[in-house]
Design a protein around this ligand. Structure first.
Ligand code: PLP
Length: 454
């Protein structure tokens, strides 16, 4: 089938996710193959995948070892549950994850996506508190502009008004608190940070003993790769400890090497009570998500008089093929020392992005760490002129999509609180791939400046 016909069939029969009607009506790319850090489309064009799919293809495309592990598992045992029984791939994956996760984060409940992982954490928090005689602890705190997923529970925690508006009423008792935008490095005592003081006020207003959990990402994606200031996570941990609140680190993007560490603790220095993960756990070769809980909490729930069972599950939870793929993916990450690659090249990538900022008046800020960055745009940094709403729409809907196509470097234009370009290459990218990415980005920024007058 030729590309035109594929697009016609897609428009008629395929429901696109988060895709505007005009994009779907246009010449959207149709990808047919992947090779390392590159994708091939139906027209034979090669594109650099500078976003690792959606922050997930950490080990790159087209790997026969990971594909083989999935195929072999499918041939051996395509399906069995983790309900009252188990199977080797899920046990192996959970054991590997326990080995890599910090502290006593040792029990993984597998699901199939990041949203489901967040749902699982919300439900575990609530049921845990019920099991400990505190059923009134149902409320959740999450941070402004954070994205925690699209299912109704996860969407309740998501603090992006535009994607929540059509779906209310959502979960009650979710409070939004400031994120750490504008604070980086040493900002004085963390307990005095406005973002921490705001959480304290919410806890006081709501009553500490009504709050089940605080959710935060180690580096927040929504609002553009917000790296926390020094001590922030220790202050979060202290607040949770003193009020009996569970601390959930949403690491759907940040785990499995994206920041140069297996888990967020590598940069936060803090062991949370639960970690949610998905994307990089399989590098996108199969759908998988999960919630890792501290073993002690799981024991307490299981052993409580009202507990004995975590009342949650899914047919595909811990699917044999997905967990076999996760094992192959994690073993490949270890063998090929991709975390070392991110730690070695991440600072150079950051430096180069800052050089692009110096060279382009349209760059307001560069944030991020590891292989995870946001380039925030404005009209003119030298004149301190922000983009107007119309200019931002032009950049995001016309200039960048055309630029991605022309440069054959795929990044992501992001409008969550600012106009941004997200950069998140596969963790196997070497310096040549990063140079290709940076060259493309340089051209994109020039394209923005051609259209947006100072
Ligand atoms: N949490 C975070 C931090 C995410 O970035 C995402 C997705 O990007 C999700 C949750 C939801 O994951 P999924 O799209 O797999 O449902």
């Amino acid at each position: 089938m030729d590309t035109t016909q594929l697009r016609i069939n897609a428009r008629r029969h395929l429901g696109p996710h988060f895709t505007r009607r005009d994009t779907w009506a246009g010449d959207f790319p149709v990808f047919v193959a992947g090779e390392g850090c590159h994708l091939l489309d139906t027209e034979g064009q090669r594109h650099l995948d500078g976003l690792s799919g959606l922050f997930c293809v950490n080990m790159g495309h087209g790997r026969s070892d990971i594909a083989r592990a999935g195929a072999e598992q499918m041939g051996r045992l395509a399906y069995a549950t983790n309900w009252g029984s188990a199977h080797p791939p899920a046990i192996e994956a959970a054991t590997l994850i326990a080995e890599l996760a910090p502290g006593d984060l040792g029990t993984t409940f597998f699901v199939n996506s990041g949203s489901e992982a967040v749902e699982t954490a919300v439900k575990f928090a609530r049921q845990y508190h019920v099991s400990q005689g505190q059923p009134q602890r149902t409320k959740i705190i999450s941070r402004e502009m954070a994205y925690h997923g699209t299912t109704l529970g996860a969407l309740s925690l998501t603090q992006l008004p535009a994607i929540k508006a059509p779906f209310g009423p959502l979960l009650p008792g979710v409070r939004s608190v400031p994120n750490t935008l504008g604070y980086l490095g040493d900002c004085g005592p963390a307990a005095k940070l406005p973002s921490i003081l705001a959480i304290e006020s919410v806890i006081e207003e709501e009553g500490a003993d009504t709050i089940a959990a605080i959710f935060a990402e180690p580096v927040q994606n929504g609002r553009g790769a917000l790296v926390p200031p020094d001590g922030y996570w220790h202050a979060l941990r202290a607040l949770c400890d003193s009020h009996g609140i569970l601390l959930v680190s949403d690491e759907v993007i940040c785990s499995f090497g994206r920041l140069g560490h297996w888990f967020g603790e590598g940069i936060t220095g803090v062991v949370p009570d639960m970690v949610t993960f998905a994307k990089g756990s399989t590098s996108g070769y199969a759908p998988l998500g999960g919630m890792i809980a501290r073993e002690g909490l799981v024991q307490e729930l299981f052993e409580s008089s009202t507990g004995g069972v975590f009342s949650h599950g899914a047919t595909w939870g811990g699917h044999p093929v997905s967990t076999a793929v996760a094992v192959a993916n994690i073993e490949a990450m270890r063998r090929e020392q991709v975390l070392d690659n991110v730690q070695a090249l991440g600072p150079r990538l950051s430096e180069s992005l800052h050089s692009l900022k110096a060279a382009h008046r349209c760059v307001k800020d560069v944030r991020g760490t590891g292989f995870f960055y946001a380039v925030e745009l404005m009209a003119d940094r030298f004149d301190d002129r922000e983009l107007t709403h119309e200019e931002s729409l032009t950049v995001l809907r016309t200039v960048l999509p055309e630029s991605f196509r022309r440069t054959r470097v795929i990044l992501r234009g992001d409008d969550r609180g600012a106009t941004m370009i997200m950069v998140s290459p596969p963790l196997v990218a070497d310096s040549d791939v990063l140079a290709e990415l940076l060259h493309g980005l340089d051209e994109m920024l020039t394209d923005v400046e051609k259209v947006i007058q100072p």
